[in-house]
Design a binder for this molecule. Structure first.
Ligand code: G3H
Ligand code: 13P
Ligand code: ZN
Length: 349
């Protein structure tokens, strides 16, 4: 199947009442792991690349790998998404490469560190929306600021410092016309999210539910949604790693989110943990090995297992064949003629 827009995947997920995992990639093995999991579970999938990933792999290598994934998997809808675009230029370059979706993370200034003002966020996001929709490409915006820092990107802090205000979320959706809205409910990027298992008082699911009540048709996005499973931490530490005790986002909380409008769930760290644990195991148990395939193959399999499990838990499993791809050119027509309106339905308080 040709690459499809993320908007189509999320609209279908909303109809079916499920969520779609968005998994970060930097190389061929990660793309293969995701595609093998999607094939195994018959899932539509969102593959996403951060600015760091695009720089690491080089744009063309990464994009051609995604095209290969689409060609090799004609039955699986794949959206290719720019994760945490920091500026109009970053999003524009992704669109010009052929990405079918972009995130304009205007919650931070272009340095990717300093929280932006609400007006700055609206302005840059609106500009990306106008450019992207004219070309049939989906836009995700962010209101509120996630915690943590990944590869230099992020405001730092605990994730509880700039939570999303539901009234601002409504105004932001109305003024920008985004297709999907990332919100801050206390999660952060990376492995060190919580120092104890988060309960209702730590993860602000009440904010998510309040936003969904006000914006019942808007596709919500949860970032920083790795669960950081203990068994993956243990494998790393068993084979010489030094991870400190930590907790991620429980899958049940994500499932509660999915019942309340969450359609895209970002997962990167869990896959990083799975890959690193598998490689450490080979290095520790068979130090005489030096063929990269001897450790990249188990690493790829470990990531496939995590991704397949998340696809099942998020509910996207079994939905790959539900629909035919709408071309990006037809998406552009839909935005133009209003049939793909992004004017949000707003419910009274
Ligand atoms: O935004 C967070 C993702 O985990 C990507 O991380 O910027 O280190 O590639 P990265
Ligand atoms: P994790 O670090 O929890 O996997 O979050 C990934 C993410 O939000 C990518 O944008
Ligand atoms: Zn993120």
């Amino acid at each position: 199947m040709p690459l499809v827009s993320m908007r189509q995947l999320l609209d279908e997920a909303a109809k079916g009442g499920y969520g779609v995992g968005a998994f970060n990639v930097n190389d061929m093995e990660q793309i293969q792991a995701i595609m093998a999991a999607a094939k195994e579970t018959k899932s539509p999938v969102i593959v996403q690349a951060s600015r760091g990933a695009r720089a690491f792999a080089e744009d063309l290598y990464l994009f051609k790998l995604i095209q290969a994934a689409a060609e090799l998997n004609p039955d699986i809808p794949i959206a290719m998404h720019q994760d945490h675009g920091n500026s109009f230029e970053t999003c524009k370059s992704a669109i010009e490469l052929g990405y079918t979706s972009v995130m304009m993370d205007g919650s931070l200034k272009a340095d990717g560190k300093t929280p932006a003002t609400f007006e700055e966020n609206v302005e840059v996001t609106r500009k990306v929306v106008d450019f992207a929709h004219e070309r049939g490409v989906t836009v995700e915006g962010e209101i509120g600021v996630l915690g943590g820092v990944e590869d230099g990107h992020g405001a730092g802090g605990s994730g509880l410092e700039h939570l999303t205000d539901p009234d601002q979320a409504v105004e932001f959706a109305e003024r920008t016309g985004v297709d999907a809205l990332a919100i801050a409910i206390g999660t952060s990027h990376g492995a060190y999210k919580f120092t104890k298992k988060p309960d209702g008082s730590v993860l602000k699911m009440d904010i998510l539910i309040a936003i969904h009540k006000r914006l019942p048709k808007t596709h919500l996005v949860m970032h920083g949604s790795s669960s950081v499973p203990k068994d993956l931490q243990d494998i790393i530490n068993q084979y010489g790693g030094k991870l400190k005790e930590t907790w991620g986002v429980p899958v049940e909380e994500i499932q509660l989110g999915i019942r309340n409008g969450v359609r895209k769930i970002n997962v990167d760290t869990d896959n990083r943990l799975a890959i690193t644990g598998a490689i450490r195991k080979v290095f520790a148990e068979t130090p005489e090995k030096f063929d990269p395939r001897d450790y990249m193959k188990p690493a790829r399999e470990a990531m496939q297992k995590v991704v397949a499990q998340r696809m099942t838990q998020f509910g996207q499993a079994g939905h790959a064949g539900d629909y035919k791809a709408i071309s990006i050119a037809d998406m552009a027509k839909g935005y133009k003629d209003g049939s793909l309106s992004t004017k949000p339905l707003v419910a009274a308080k």
